[in-house]
Structure formats: structure tokens, C-alpha cells
Design a protein around this ligand. Structure first.
Ligand code: GLU
Length: 411
């Protein structure tokens, strides 16, 4: 089964629970538009190399397509389409006026020089320019892309259109119209989701423990903000390995260690463990913040966490979901838990459109309000329909999207 097929399982379950006809499934299974592009880049050695990129717009029913662009050697069309579908549902769960999209380039950016990376980035924007724009499709950062890359994209798109175009992209640096609070926003959302789940299970955060898989932007901020709430961070990992200390570690110090050494490995006072072991630790909160397909049929039975707050997109397979549900693990699904990034992206876009900027406290307050509301709506839907939080999140998303589809005359 490919990733896209797999992603439709909880959606189809939600459609069944809601007693909607199969037209709805058919409408969701087809992305509105997908573009594949070839990007020739003159490399530093003088030779030209051709890279492949994609942009998929799953839906524009609720508003312009919205979603990040990832640079990774394993990017493929199936993954991009699936991620775009998740964005459609994520934006609907948070109640944002957006559809969903996603882009990606097949590249390991660590192998490129800064100049090559910039040339690739500009070349990609040149190719997808006809289908993007502040009212059409608004990209953002994702795996291995950041504010610097968003800046090049913004500059390239502004050049193509001969006008200042801050609102076509989010996750920019503050000087280019970025929003305060955007860098931390996805991690803040994962923290808010975990805190809400702890509240529901009546676990005192000051006595709770947490393991975080992945120490990129999402994992690092999730760990830091949960630590600020008094949650003990006992394990974190990155691509080079995982570290553990049952007494808890200070993620701000781990971050400083990563800045110095390039990895979480060998952080003082920690002992190395495997990535598999990290997922199986007896913690209150497990937060997978790396890539998809981490919690599967193979390891779900060994998970001892009480709560899973998904920072990554698609870290848990449908088979694993079933096992976790039976074991009573409260899974706060990606399309709810990691919606903080796109929520503050929405704030950034709003600020860009009216050229007036908010204070950081305002951003945090509004993000918290949106995410707590979304959590409660999904939690209530789960109770009402006797389904897990993932299916419940799809119920919330589908009811909003199908209402708009009906009013637009699509369905
Ligand atoms: N890449 C992030 C996500 O998967 C953020 C998307 C955005 O801000 O548009 O949710």
C-alpha cells in the first residue's frame, strides 16, 4: 500500500461514521492539480545537474492551497500528494481559510553548496510560478527548508511578477515580513496539544516525562516549550542517534550542544540509546517530530507512552493506530497537533496582506486560542462518535470542507 492510499484509511472511516456517500471519498482522493518540474542547476564543478521537483494542490475549496516545501532525497510524488491532502485537512481542523498543498524537491541539501542551494531554490520557483501566489497557493518551510530559503523564494517570485510579493510565502525572516512567533509555532502547537491531552488524562505536567523523536525545528521547540511547562524531557534524538537521561535534560542546553557539535549525540550526562528504544520508553508523552511511518505494526505493541502528540506529518500507520487505540494510548493526530505552524503562517499572511504587524504575545495568544478550540472540538467529536482522535479530526475537517463544497456546487 502506498502512503497516499494509507492516508485515506482514517478519512474513509470518518466518511463511514458520518454516513456520507462515496462521492466525498472520490473528491478527496483526487488532488486538484499537481505539477512536476525539472530544474537544471549549474553546479560548482561547472557541470549542469537536473533536479526534479513537485507542487501538489490537493484542494482550494476553503481558500488558497497552503503548505510547505521539503528538500529531501526521498521526496516523491506519492509523498507530496499525501502531504498536500494532510494540509487540506489540517487547515480545516484549525478553521483556517485555506485549502492544502505541498511541494518538494528530490535533493539532499547537505550535499549542496550555498550557491547551488540558492540556484536550485530560484529555479524551482521559476518553474512553479504560474500556479502559486497569495490568492492561489502559499508555500512555507517544511523538512530541510527554512527562513533563508523562503527569503530567496520571495525575492525570485517578486522579480518574476515585478512587484513586492511578501504574501505569497510564509515562514520568512522578520525583516522580509515574517511573523513573530512563527519559528516556534509548530513546536508550540505540539506542546499545546500535549498539555491538553495531559489535562484530559489528569496528569500533572510537573510530574510528567516526555521523549521527543527528531531535533529539527519542530522537535527542538516542542522539547523546549514542554520543558518550560515543567515536563521532564528524558530523551531526544536526531539522525545521528538518540540520547537518554531518566532525570531529565535541559533542551536549551541540548540545542547549544547541537549548535557546537552538529548533533544531540554525546550531550553531557546523557547515555546513548537507539531510535527504536526512544519510541518504546515508559514516558507520559511521546512526540514523534521527524518523518512519516515511525510508529508501525512492528513497534506499536511496544509503545509505553500514555500520550502521543504528533509533530511530524504521518508518523503513525493505520495498523499502529488500531493497536494504540486498543492499548488506550491517547494519540493527538498530526492534523491537529502540528497545525500550529500553518496557523501562525496564516497570521503571517494576514499581516502581509494588510501590512500591519502584531506583537509576539498577540500571536501566541491567538495561536493558543485556535489550537485549544480545535483540540476540544476534536475531543468532543471523538466522544460523540466513539472513535479515536484521528478519525475525529477527519470528521471535523470533512464536515467543514463538504459544507463549503455543497455551497460551491461541487458536491
Ligand atoms: N510545513 C508545515 C506543515 O506541514 C507548515 C505549513 C505552512 O505553514 O504552510 O504543517
Amino acid at each position: 500500500m502506498d502512503l497516499f492510499e494509507m492516508s485515506q484509511i482514517p478519512l474513509n472511516e470518518a466518511i463511514k461514521v458520518m454516513k456520507l456517500d462515496e462521492t466525498v471519498a472520490d473528491l478527496f482522493v483526487h488532488p486538484e492539480r499537481t505539477m512536476e518540474v525539472s530544474i537544471p542547476v549549474r553546479m560548482d564543478n561547472g557541470k549542469t545537474k537536473v533536479f526534479t521537483g513537485y507542487r501538489s494542490q490537493h484542494s482550494t475549496v476553503m481558500g488558497p492551497a497552503k503548505g510547505g516545501i521539503r528538500y529531501h532525497q526521498n521526496v516523491n510524488l506519492d509523498e507530496v500528494k499525501t502531504l498536500a491532502f494532510w494540509m487540506t485537512c489540517k487547515c480545516a481542523v484549525a478553521g483556517l481559510p485555506y485549502g492544502g498543498g505541498k511541494g518538494g524537491i528530490i535533493v539532499d541539501p547537505a550535499q549542496l553548496s550555498e550557491r547551488e542551494l540558492e540556484a536550485l531554490t530560484r529555479g524551482y520557483i521559476d518553474k512553479i510560478a504560474p500556479i502559486i501566489g497569495e490568492k492561489k497557493d502559499i508555500p512555507a518551510p517544511d523538512v530541510n527548508t527554512n527562513a533563508k530559503i523562503m527569503g530567496w523564494m520571495m525575492d525570485e517570485f517578486s522579480k518574476i511578477n515585478n512587484q513586492y510579493e511578501p504574501g505569497f510565502i510564509t515562514g520568512k525572516a522578520i525583516a522580509l515580513g515574517g511573523s513573530l512567533g512563527r519559528v516556534a509555532a509548530t513546536g508550540r502547537g505540539v506542546m499545546i496539544a500535549a498539555m491538553q491531552a495531559l489535562k484530559v488524562l489528569k496528569i500533572n505536567p510537573k510530574k510528567a516525562t516526555c521523549a521527543v523523536q527528531g531535533f529539527g525545528n519542530v522537535g527542538c521547540w516542542t522539547a523546549k516549550l514542554l520543558h518550560d511547562q515543567g515536563v521532564k524531557i528524558v530523551a531526544v534524538s536526531d539522525v545521528y542517534g538518540a540520547i537518554y537521561n531518566e532525570k531529565g535534560m535541559n533542551p536549551y542546553e541540548i540545542e547549544a550542544h547541537v549548535q557546537k557539535t552538529g548533533s544531540v549525540a554525546r550531550f553531557k550526562g546523557s547515555k546513548p540509546i537507539s531510535n527504536e528504544k526512544l519510541l518504546e520508553l515508559p514516558v507520559d508523552v511521546l512526540s514523534p517530530c521527524a518523518l512519516e511511518l515511525q510508529i508501525t505494526k512492528a513497534n506499536a505493541k511496544k509503545i509505553k507512552a500514555k500520550i502521543i502528540s504528533e509533530g511530524a506529518n504521518g508518523p503513525t500507520t493505520p495498523d499502529a493506530d488500531k493497536i494504540l487505540k486498543k492499548a488506550g494510548v491517547l494519540v493527538v493526530p498530526d492534523i491537529l497537533a502540528n497545525g500550529g505552524g500553518v496557523t501562525v503562517s496564516y497570521f503571517e499572511w494576514v499581516q502581509n496582506l494588510y501590512r500591519y504587524f502584531w506583537k509576539e504575545e498577540e500571536v501566541i495568544e491567538r495561536q493558543t486560542e485556535i489550537m485549544e478550540k480545535a483540540f476540544n472540538e476534536v475531543y468532543d467529536a471523538a466522544k460523540k462518535h466513539n472513535v479515536d482522535m484521528r478519525v475525529a479530526a477527519y470528521i471535523v475537517a470533512i464536515s467543514r470542507i463538504t459544507e463549503a463544497m455543497k455551497l460551491r456546487g461541487i458536491y
